[in-house]
Design a protein around this ligand. Structure first.
Ligand SMILES: [Zn+2]
Length: 83
């Protein structure tokens, strides 16, 4: 999975939802927002809403790290179909 001798790659499951009140996009961990069906607070308008009900996309991100764990780059590893 490493792209070179001095890099490591980790993965992060991420999802996007649109706030039903003000329309801004919010990102959450896919596990928290979709699998746990959590309610979240919008940082734009302060409204609480169910993340899964308003989810529009989900993907696994690849996180390229230096050997000592510092974040160097993010990429989209794989798109995940929403139910
Ligand atoms: Zn909002």
């Amino acid at each position: 999975m490493s792209t070179s001798e001095s890099e490591n790659v980790a993965f992060f499951d991420m999802a996007v939802a649109i706030c039903p009140q003000c329309g801004i996009p919010l990102v959450e961990s896919g596990w928290y927002g979709i699998d746990m069906e959590s309610d979240i607070g919008c940082y734009g308008c302060g409204e609480n809403f169910n993340f899964k009900k308003h989810a529009v996309d989900r993907a696994t991100l690849s996180v390229t790290l230096s050997k000592n764990g510092k974040i160097k780059r993010l990429g989209v590893e794989e798109k995940t179909e929403l139910e």
